[in-house]
Structures are given as C-alpha cells and as structure tokens.
Design a protein around this ligand. Sequence first.
Ligand SMILES: Cc1cc2nc3c(=O)[nH]c(=O)nc-3n(C[C@H](O)[C@H](O)[C@H](O)COP(=O)(O)OP(=O)(O)OC[C@H]3O[C@@H](n4cnc5c(N)ncnc54)[C@H](O)[C@@H]3O)c2cc1C
Length: 457
Amino acid sequence: MDKRIAIIGGGFAGMTAAYELGKLGYQTFLFERMSELGGLAGTFPIEGTRLERGYHHWFTSDTHIIAQMEELGLGDRVQWIPSRTGWFDQGRIWNMVSPLDVLRLGTLPFVDRLRLGIVVAYLTYLQRDKRNLAKYEKITAAEWWKKYGGRNAWEKVWSPLFRGKFGAEAENIPMEWHWYKIVLRIGSRKGITKEALGYPRGSFQVLIDALEQAVKKHGGKIFLGATVARVVVENGVAIGLRFADDDTSQRAQRELAPNESFVRFDRIICTAPSFAALKIIHEFPPEYVAKMNAAKYMAAVLLILKMKHPLSPIYWLNIADRSIPFVATIEQTNFIPPEVYNNKHILYVSNYLTPASPYFQMSRDELFNAYLPHLQKINPRFSPDWVEEMWHFKEAAAQPVVPLNYSKMIPEHRTPIRNLYLANTTQIYPEDRGTNYSVRLGQDIARMVDEDVRRGA
Ligand SMILES: Cc1cc2nc3c(=O)[nH]c(=O)nc-3n(C[C@H](O)[C@H](O)[C@H](O)COP(=O)(O)OP(=O)(O)OC[C@H]3O[C@@H](n4cnc5c(N)ncnc54)[C@H](O)[C@@H]3O)c2cc1C
C-alpha cells in the first residue's frame, strides 16, 4: 500500500495505530513531541528498572492490551497480583479489599453498609446490559447514590473514591461512569473476595519498547521531539503537517520534505488531547469544536518518593479525610515487591486538580513540604529522612471529565475535515480512559482508515 499515514502522538493510541497500519502495509510516520514514547503511560528510570510517571495497572477486563502483549510475545510478562486498597478517614486506615470489608466499615452505620452491598450487587448483576446507559448518563453519581444508595454511602464510601479520581469534580460525574465501572470491575472478578490487578514485569516500558520495534519492523518511521505545529488543510481536505521551529521538530521536515514548507500525507490521525488538537487544527466547524470541548480535562500532579520504609501496608489508599490536600497515596511497593526496586519503597502522592490550582503551580520541594504534615497523619513515624529521592510530574490532560448525556456529544473519529481522524481519550465511552482503551482506539482508527482507503473515500 503506497499511502502515507501520519500519526500525531506516541501514546498507546498512536503507537497502536502505527503498528496496525504497518501490518496492513501502509507507510506510517509517527510524530511525538516528547523525547520518549508512551504518552501518559510513559516511564522514567529508577533503581535499575523503569516506573510509570503516574501509577499504572490493568484490570482483568483490559482484554485488548493483554491480547496485544501476547501478540508481541510478552504474554509471560503479565503478572496478576491481588491488590490491597483502603480508605484513610478519622485518623486511621480502613481496609477495602473485599466486599466483606464494606460490612466492616465502621465509619458507616450497619444498615447503610447492608444497603450499600445490596445496591452494588443490583448494579453488578441486574443492570449489566449496556442499554442501561441512557438511564445512567442522565444523573450524576452523587445524586443517584444519595437518592437510591443512601447519603451515607455516598459521603463515606464513594465520595472519597471519586475525589481520588476526579478531585474537585467528584460531585459532577455522571452515574454512567460509576455504573459501568462497577459492571466491568466487580463483574469481571472470579470470586467475591480479592481483586487481582495486572502489571507487566519490567514496567509498561516493555510494551512501549515492543511496540516501537514492531512499528519499525513494518517500515514505520518514528520522530521523537517532533512537535506538530499545524495540520495543513486545503479546500476542506487535510493534506499535510507543518512542524514547530525547534531543531528536533524540523528534523522531520528536513528528512521528509527538505524543499517544501510542509510534509504531505494521504491521511492524518491526531491522538493529542482535544485542547492540544484545537491548537494545531483551525478549520473545524463550530459544531465539531463544541463536541471537542464538551469533555473537560482534569490535570494530575504526582509526587513520587523513594523511601527507606513503607508508609502503609496499602497499595491504593483513598483519602477520605478532607483536611488532607491530596486525594490518594499509591504505594507501588505494596503491589510490586520492593526487591524489584533494590529494596526501596516507592510511594506516589496523587492529586487531580485544575492547572489553576496552587498545588499544580508548586515546585517539587514546595509540594513535599505542603504534604509532609499530612503524610504524618497517615503514618506518624514518617519523616523527611526516610526519603532518599523525589520526582515530580504534572500531566495537563490526565483525566477527561464528561458531562451528563455525553453519548450524544462525543466527537466523531472521522472529523469534518476529509482524511483527518481524531482518536483521543474523550472518545472512550462509556468506559473510563486507560491504556487498554487507547489500544482499542488505535486498532479501531487503523481499521477505519483502511476501510476508507479501500473504498476510495
Ligand atoms: C496519573 C494517571 C494514572 C493512570 N493510571 C492508569 C492505570 O492504572 N491503568 C491504565 O490502563 N491507564 C491509566 N492511566 C491512563 C492512561 O495512561 C491513558 O489513558 C493512556 O496512556 C492514554 O493514551 P493515549 O495515546 O490515548 O493518549 P496520550 O498518552 O495522552 O498520548 C498523546 C500523545 O500526543 C502527544 N502530542 C500532543 N500534542 C502533540 C503535537 N502537537 N505534536 C506531537 N505530539 C503531540 C503527547 O505528547 C502524547 O504523548 C493513567 C493516567 C494517569 C495520568
């Protein structure tokens, strides 16, 4: 196939699209503005291995990415490990590993615990049909729970969990999100006790590396540090890409079309977040722009501590105590053994917020100082001299937050500009964004491009 396909973005959606199109015989060109592949699931070096900048794991329902691991010969790298989750509230940690723990949750009156169990079972087993979407996307989870599951269940159980995921937006999330999460996560468990989470031996980097090799094996070209500055559109058709002025971006221009002002492609796939896509594509009609702006993004701020001792025995600790300015601690070494990291203990302190928040603006050290007294609430023995090294990462497009009735507002993959496709996390629905669904997105978009090329569309 002599068609040249450009892919903007080297996260899991972009890498998968390039891989799938390469398998079909297309010439693929992937442009990533960062110096490494992986996007939001990218990693950094630590103690002789790699670690995600933001904590990552898989659920048993993440079948697309597990199948991709197998296809790339990495099936034996997938480990399933029982997870330990909990709540921090009223000065102590509450285990939340199995449904039985809900029955033991002392912060909730017993009758509310019982009601909660019944409602979760109802959602999991009686409401799993996808046609229920229409019903659950009309109402926020906060309203739904207060109405049907009990105000206490919302305040004491779900609200902290939602805060851990959506920060200040916790009250505005459609019930659809929660309903589908319950259907997928609890519904995919083998028994009713512990949930096992997946993680690749060697970190997510092993899949990133394998995808890079596979793209190249099929003749694809990957340009790192290559920022696309503009999608060139002529008479309603996307015809090429212009690159930013910096040297690494211009390398693509020099290599692919040294004597032109832009590089021509037959089809272009954009996997950048919507706000970033709108900066480089100016010709969308207002109706499509409105769809692209319907979902808002939460930013994430991550402080990662490499420590001499564990903070707690819990992997994922939701912070229900509102006096604490972060929403969860995720202790990697309560999931993957410390031996993998030279016996160090690794802790993410996680916050979801808007880029205007003071916590988003803080430097690494300011953030650590602001968090320190609160980490000591979780473990009073925690002290700064436990910390051997610290990292600080910020992601502006960490989590899309969709409005009510979003199914009618999702931007189409085939954009109103001919030969231009959009494939980003705002189009994953009703599931929540995740690497699994970005792999599915990449596969879907590759299929769509191939169909259109074959039809001559
Ligand atoms: C804190 C955190 C925790 C998470 N935990 C999990 C988890 O446990 N499990 C899980 O499966 N998923 C998790 N996710 C979600 C997962 O990482 C993402 O859903 C997935 O990686 C998104 O992939 P993507 O390719 O769709 O988008 P992205 O990874 O955002 O890729 C888009 C790429 O486009 C590039 N780009 C943007 N503009 C341009 C431009 N103009 N030119 C060139 N390149 C450009 C960006 O640099 C980026 O690399 C988590 C995410 C975060 C932030």
